[in-house]
Design a protein around this ligand. Structure first.
Ligand SMILES: [Zn+2]
Length: 78
């Protein structure tokens, strides 16, 4: 089974669990039964590798708070 995201025009996004590869283009909204198209973007974010996600977060932090440079380069030539 796999979880697919759909978006109801009135209620917003919801998930549907279906056998892999058997998700229809549209399903009825569980709340108002409106025909809701399938979403393609959300599952990619959910499946992002946690290690990659934390590496990206660390890189972002080092841009704001660099801890390596203590003096200007070029002052201590050997
Ligand atoms: Zn709805």
């Amino acid at each position: 089974m796999a979880t697919y995201a759909y978006r109801c025009p009135d209620c917003g996004t919801f998930d549907e669990t279906r056998p892999m590869g058997e998700a229809p283009e549209r399903v009825a909204c569980p709340r108002c039964a409106a025909s809701s198209p399938r979403q393609w973007t959300a599952p990619l974010l959910a499946q992002m590798d946690p290690a990659l996600r934390s590496a990206l977060a660390r890189e972002e932090k080092s841009k704001d708070a660099p801890e390596v440079v203590t003096r200007a380069s070029g002052t201590t030539r050997r």
